[in-house]
Design a protein around this ligand. Structure first.
Ligand SMILES: [Zn+2]
Length: 249
């Protein structure tokens, strides 16, 4: 067993951080890369998530008909989008579709808006219908670690309107568990509290075997975990009060 330490501030980093109206994003360094076919368009995305997005697109020939519309945004850009939308669309629309600056998933580099390629693309609400190539993308998304983040009917939980175009990278096996159980990220973070570290983890059956997922509550300045490091594992903060430990068994 290996002793692994996580500092309190690391609660706010990782692929599973919950960023929403309640929990803001702590600015941090993120490695980004351009995505999409037109590299000059400068849509930046987390480089690891971008590799997986490109693989998914290669499998379905997706970049033929789909374009990235918005990826990573700086706090400054989010402020500008917020201000522009308020002026153009008013506060009701803006609150529904634009995250408050400091609280946008786009600032993490882990969120991407995708649109069907067409002459006119709406920057805030691109077309990404539940049919054709877009639906094919949606059906494959979880296997590559992506979830549709703001589904219809969950507006009271996410506090963002239905956004068929906005996808979030959470990684595997989390995307598959969320999709299978119909949980949005707010609910998934809460769900994992029933699987505290050291007790019975949640066991996910995946194409690459069993994966154990558990919640580790942050304790003081440094949280200590004992991990069987003969197998792969990953630790992400939840941006609330602890960590999600993922162990390949
Ligand atoms: Zn978005």
């Amino acid at each position: 067993m290996k002793r692994v330490l996580r500092k309190q501030e690391e609660v706010h980093t990782g692929d599973l951080i919950l960023v929403n109206r309640e929990y803001g994003y702590r600015e941090q360094e993120t490695r980004l890369a351009a995505v999409g076919r037109d590299k000059n368009a400068e849509i930046l995305f987390d480089y690891r998530a971008g590799i997986l997005l490109n693989r998914l697109m290669a499998e379905i020939n997706g970049w033929e008909q789909i374009v990235p519309v918005s990826g990573w945004r700086s706090l400054q850009e989010q402020k500008q989008i917020w201000a522009d939308s308020l002026a153009e669309n008013g506060s009701e629309f803006t609150l529904k579709y634009v995250a408050v600056p400091g609280h946008s998933e786009h600032q993490t580099g882990l969120a991407i808006d995708l649109g069907l390629k067409q002459a006119e693309i709406d920057f805030i609400r691109p077309d990404f219908p539940y049919e054709g190539i877009c639906q094919t993308f949606r059906e494959k998304a979880a296997a590559y670690g992506f979830v549709e983040r703001y589904p219809a009917g969950r507006e009271l939980v996410t506090r963002i309107g239905h956004e068929p175009w906005h996808f979030r990278y959470v990684g595997v096996p989390h995307a598959a568990i969320m999709t299978e159980k119909g949980l949005v990220l707010e609910e998934y973070i809460a769900f994992l509290r029933d699987y505290p570290y050291g007790n019975k983890p949640y066991m996910a059956q995946t194409p690459c075997g069993e994966i154990a997922v558990s919640f580790v509550k942050a304790e003081g300045a440094v949280t200590e975990l004992k991990i069987d490091d003969t197998h792969p594992y990953a630790i992400s903060g939840n941006n609330v009060d602890g960590f999600i430990l993922t162990e390949w068994r």
